[in-house]
Design a protein around this ligand. Structure first.
Ligand SMILES: C[S@@+](CC[C@H](N)C(=O)[O-])C[C@H]1O[C@@H](n2cnc3c(N)ncnc32)[C@H](O)[C@@H]1O
Length: 417
């Protein structure tokens, strides 16, 4: 009996017995199946180019992750896959172990660096150091240039404008021709914090950001949580600050791609801390991706409240919301139709709809048509709902206007000497 108790005690103490759910927490389903993936798709063409060039020069890839946390950038980048792998391929990562020369992660948080070392310490090509990027680029004088200078999940919003310019200028000075810088800020016009939108874009505009969303709703009110002061950024401001850094360094920092990510799936949609009109759409999308869990699809319906004085942003959100909801309603109607094909006609796909919406409607129709009859496993929870999640994600990727109206504003830059 004692032995039995000890075995389970050990198992619990190891931490490996903790309940895993994709519905909440830092690594929820939206992060893993939506945000990480959209970033990967955006980075893919640049990574392909870099790897081809490095291979031509008989060199390996060097990556610096600024604000690396527990090594999340390594996991994100190493899971970027080739464009269209065939059904037979199983090795699909662009960064193979053989092409990776070094990944160095730097973070100001000791516990996170410690955690990174515990998770990745066995891999000799991964290094984690304590460092502060608000004092400039945290590298030694003798350190060779990196091919990728990576940041993610709003990390650059930790910096004032002056410190951002310094970091980018240092980076440009350290990088070599063709190096890529991946920047990630919080978007100034995310619907999550509509109360904080300002008509004049005053410099160094920040918000008090509370990481309340990692707790279940019923626990949030009782927690005394510290605030982060984070910069909210628009594309115009980014352009200005990057140009200043480029001039200071005397090196070209050329914009290659800009992206709004998490337009209706930002974390504070669920808390409505900074906009009382928000519906908890992130929770609904988390549920779509959760195994063996059926989602009430009505919880996915968005209802954007426009704000006076922001015509371009309102116009985009109106179009986006109509397309998002149209796909949700279309899926609901299809489920009714395939549940009982006698009861109604299948929903129509109109020529007036945006191209990506029409494509995603066809896609969902094909999915439901080809699997609605399967009786093994929960077809709705485990096939149809995740595919609806992917279709909504594809709409975000292709409709996003790069106006700063997602949770994150991502910029990809190339160094030109
Ligand atoms: C939004 S988190 C992103 C963490 C991680 N990259 C990820 O993908 O989850 C921002 C990270 O930047 C780190 N950070 C903030 N200010 C920093 C600074 N001045 N120097 C170095 N790291 C900093 C924080 O400790 C935190 O780990």
């Amino acid at each position: 009996m004692d032995r039995t108790k000890n075995v389970y005690k050990e198992a619990v103490q190891s931490g490996k017995y903790e309940k895993v759910t994709g519905l909440l927490g830092k690594y929820d389903n939206v992060r893993r199946y939506w945000e990480d993936e959209i970033t990967r798709m955006t980075v893919r063409p640049f990574l392909e180019g870099l790897i081809a060039e490095k291979s031509r020069r008989m060199e390996r890839l060097r990556i610096l992750d600024l604000g690396c946390g527990s090594g999340d950038g390594f996991e994100l980048l190493c899971a970027v896959t080739s464009r269209e792998p065939s059904l037979l391929d199983h090795q699909v990562s662009l960064i193979t172990p053989e092409i990776l020369g070094i990944y160095k992660g730097v973070d100001i948080s000791e516990p996170l660096v410690q955690q990174a070392r515990e998770v990745h310490g066995a891999n000799g090509k991964l290094k984690f150091e304590l460092g502060d990027f608000s004092q400039g680029l945290p590298v030694e004088k003798s350190e060779k240039a990196y091919d990728i200078y990576f940041t993610s999940y709003g990390t650059l919003s930790h910096l004032s404008d002056e410190k951002l310019v310094r970091l980018l200028a240092d980076t440009a000075g350290h990088a070599s021709e063709g190096s890529i810088i991946i920047c990630d800020w919080l978007g100034r016009y995310s619907y999550e914090w509509q109360d904080l939108w300002r008509e004049e874009e005053e410099p160094d505009y920040t918000m008090d950001y509370v990481v309340s969303y990692i707790y279940p709703e019923e626990e949030r009110e009782d927690k005394e949580l510290d605030h982060l002061i984070l910069r909210l950024m628009s594309p115009r401001e980014v352009e200005d600050l990057v140009n200043r850094a480029s001039e200071e360094a005397g090196v070209g920092i050329r914009l290659k791609a800009m992206l709004d990510r998490s337009i209706f799936t930002g974390r504070h949609l669920d808390t409505s801390d900074y906009n009382r009109h928000c519906r908890p759409l992130r929770s609904a999308v988390n549920s779509l991706f959760e195994t063996n869990l059926r989602t009430n699809l009505d919880t996915l319906v968005a209802d954007y409240h426009p704000r006076d004085g922001f015509d371009d942003i309102n116009d985009f959100f109106e179009r986006y919301q109509m397309s998002w909801n149209a796909l949700v309603f279309f899926t609901i109607d299809l489920l009714y139709y395939y549940n009982d094909t006698n009861c109604m006609a299948p929903p129509e796909i109109l020529d007036t709809y945006p191209e990506v919406l029409r494509e995603m409607m066809e896609y969902i129709k094909n999915i439901i048509e080809s699997c609605h009859w399967i009786k093994v496993g929960d077809t709705r929870a485990n096939i149809i709902e995740p595919q609806l999640g992917y279709a909504l994600r594809e709409m975000e990727l292709r409709m996003q206007p790069a106006l700063g109206c997602g949770h994150s504003l991502v910029g990809i830059y190339e160094i030109e000497r």
